[in-house]
Design a protein around this ligand. Structure first.
Ligand code: HSE
Length: 294
């Protein structure tokens, strides 16, 4: 099964919003046998025995009471530690492959909960936004974190996704969560709530202008931006070339810009130029909302 790359947060929707896009995919195959437990092989890299996929399966077995002997192979073409939901997509693709091979029915909420728990292996704490996007596709809004619940929209949106080649930051998501403020002023909270409302209304109505307003974020992104190489220039050049909204993709360092189709190539070129002027190599793709792993 294939699971797509995702951009979580999309500005103001910290930990509750993600879009699935066709920039990259992770693919997984599962063989189901007797016994109970999971063995995972990753093609081309080794995240060690405590990885998002094994943790996701253990949680899924625990939540559902279903347990089988599973051999999984993961081929992950989503760049790792770039804020594109790579580790979560690997877990979602693997679990979806198991569910299909085992011929079981699974509540998507259990998949999101298990795979979000799997993220503890990469991020130090669970988060459910990337895995919800990878599992369900489209644009997902988590309406409850405990118990997990969600709504899914299928807006028609086009993005430019910029993925810089920067040296990997050890425990990147964990570190980028530790820099977040412990509290915000009440006035900030109200402004931020308006942005979240705009973001969700825009996703529901497929209205890029409303989504773009929600991509502004003075809380999470403001705390993280100083740690993201080239971000200020990428943002500036993207807007100058016609982007409607720009935000970090997840915890970064990748960047996602919302664009109209006619400006997509100009924004892609501007983002590439910004990275080049920062002395950074980067892959910059035009991407659309896509389906999830099922
Ligand atoms: N919502 C998570 C965060 C996504 O921003 O920390 C991590 O990719």
């Amino acid at each position: 099964m294939k699971a797509p790359s995702t951009s979580a947060n999309l500005g103001a929707g910290f930990d509750i919003v993600a879009v699935a896009h066709d920039a990259y995919f992770a693919e997984a195959y599962a063989a189901v046998g007797s016994g109970c437990g999971v063995h995972v092989k990753f093609k081309g890299y080794d995240p060690g025995p405590e990885n998002t996929v094994t943790r996701c399966f253990k949680k899924f077995f625990e939540l559902t009471g279903i347990c089988r002997g599973v051999e999984v192979e993961v081929e992950n073409n989503i760049p790792i530690a770039r804020g594109l939901g790579s580790s979560g997509a690997a877990a979602v693709a693997a679990l979806a492959a198991f569910i299909r091979e085992a011929g079981i029915k699974a509540d998507p909420r259990a998949v999101i909960e298990a795979a979000g728990y799997g993220e503890t292996a990469a991020a130090g704490s669970p988060h459910f936004d990337n895995v919800a996007g990878a599992a369900l596709g489209g644009a997902v809004v988590l309406t409850s974190l405990s118990p997990i619940d969600y709504v899914k929209f299928s807006p028609r949106l086009i993005f430019v996704v910029g993925v810089p080649e920067v040296p990997p930051m050890p425990n990147k998501t964990k570190v980028m969560r530790e820099v977040l403020p412990k509290s915000v002023e009440f006035k900030t909270y109200v402004r931020q709530t308006a942005r979240v409302a705009s973001l969700i209304a825009g996703l529901a109505l497929s209205d890029p202008r409303l989504v773009a307003r929600g991509m502004e974020d003075e809380v999470v992104e403001a705390a993280r931006a100083p740690y993201v190489p080239g971000y200020a220039r990428v943002r500036k050049y993207a807007f100058e070339a016609g982007a409607l909204g720009v935000s970090l993709s997840g915890a970064g360092p990748s960047v996602i810009a919302l664009v109209n189709e006619k400006e997509a190539e100009a924004v892609r070129d501007a983002v590439l130029r910004a990275y080049a002027e920062e002395g950074l190599r980067a892959e910059v793709k035009i991407a659309s909302i896509t389906e999830g792993a099922g």
